[in-house]
Ligand binder design. Structure first.
Ligand SMILES: C[S@@+](CC[C@H](N)C(=O)[O-])C[C@H]1O[C@@H](n2cnc3c(N)ncnc32)[C@H](O)[C@@H]1O
Length: 335
């Protein structure tokens, strides 16, 4: 593909063939089988494109956490399966490293770990950055778009590692398969952690009930305006066959500390509403299980409008009777 762009733009260096190769591995789910980073330019191209989309998802998740008033522990940060290291950088942008703490970059690919370390050093001059996994220091574990690449044998050591973490923040694609993996990850770790988000309760995940088998826990991130105004993004979308407007994400945040903030009595909205003329149906996760009540356009015009515009808050406090929402309270504000 002929990609014409400003000579100073990093997009001029994008290796489109490498992106195409990566994309087909991600799509046919063979990415876990073997290391696919062949040279630094693979990582550079990924970081600018797929990696940026992942950054948008992280920003959405971190916004959600700020509504909850959550902050990470003052500890090292380990970006496991770091790839180009985008997750670690977005996380540190939002939550600068505590004094005497380090960022750890780990990947099965040494090339990736090196790339992630260098990029982080450029972004945050002077911070401590290490390649590998901390042996004994407390750490926050970041997992980003990696669970789907781990088979059962790789999940066991990863679970052991997660059990050593102070907090775990995991951001995965919002697909059925990725969400289901994340739910099993949650269930395997739930005993040792407080679930911070996205769950509205600490019980078993209701998605696992047979009746809820068609559902998956996913949310939507919002791409920034440049995704629609920058011609490089338009080319990327066309070349990769990706709809940039749709950015589904599944995530999980767990913390060992007893004071993790939560929103008691709140319902977590899942996915997109189904919009009909007189009402909308939206899936909500509550301590009692999943519910998909009707939101009447006449009774709740503002909330209906938000659902239609895909602009509803992630949490609501509502009451419902006989399958109809009877009252909706204002969502919490950023704290
Ligand atoms: C899709 S990329 C995601 C990279 C990065 N976390 C992000 O969000 O952009 C998955 C990364 O996980 C790494 N990976 C896959 N299986 C791994 C394993 N068993 N141990 C360590 N890293 C692994 C791959 O090398 C790759 O860098």
């Amino acid at each position: 593909m002929n990609v014409a762009c400003h000579p100073d733009s990093p997009w001029t260096r994008v290796d489109w063939r490498a992106l195409e190769r990566l994309r087909s591995k991600f799509l046919d789910e063979t990415a876990g089988a073997s290391d696919y980073w062949t040279q630094m330019s693979d990582l550079e191209s990924y970081d600018l494109s797929f990696g940026q989309r992942i950054a948008w998802k992280w920003n959405r998740v971190l916004d959600d956490l700020s509504v909850l008033g959550w902050r990470p522990p003052e500890a090292d940060v380990l970006d496991w399966g770091c790839g180009s290291g985008i997750a670690g950088r977005v996380f540190l942008d939002r939550y600068p490293l505590a004094e005497n703490s380090a960022l750890w970059c780990f990947d099965r690919s040494d090339l990736a770990a090196q790339f992630a370390r260098r990029r982080a050093a450029g972004r945050f001059p002077g911070i401590q950055i290490r390649e590998g996994v901390p042996a004994s220091t407390p750490f926050t574990l970041l997992l980003s778009h990696v669970l789907t690449e781990c088979d059962a044998a790789e999940m066991e050591p990863l679970l052991s590692l997660a059990r050593r973490a102070e907090a775990v923040v995991c951001v995965e694609p919002g697909t059925y398969g990725a969400s289901r993996r994340l739910i099993h990850f949650r269930e395997a770790l739930a005993a040792g952690f407080r679930i911070v988000a996205p769950c509205s309760h600490r019980g078993a995940c209701p998605m696992l009930q047979e009746v809820n088998a068609p559902h998956w826990c996913h949310h939507f991130a919002w791409p920034p305006p440049e995704a629609f105004t920058d011609s490089n993004w338009a080319r990327f979308a066309k070349f990769m066959g990706i709809d940039l407007r749709s950015l589904p994400v599944s995530f999980l945040v767990m913390d060992r500390r007893p004071d993790s903030r939560r929103l008691p009595g709140m319902t977590r909205l899942i996915g997109k509403a189904r919009i009909y003329k007189p009402h909308a149906l939206i899936l909500g996760c509550e301590a009692e299980g999943l519910i998909e009540p009707r939101v009447s356009k006449r009774r709740h015009p503002e909330f209906f409008k938000k659902l239609r515009k895909e602009d509803a808050p992630p949490w609501v406090r509502w009451t419902h009777e006989g399958g109809d929402v009877t009252d909706i309270q204002a969502p919490p504000q950023d704290s």
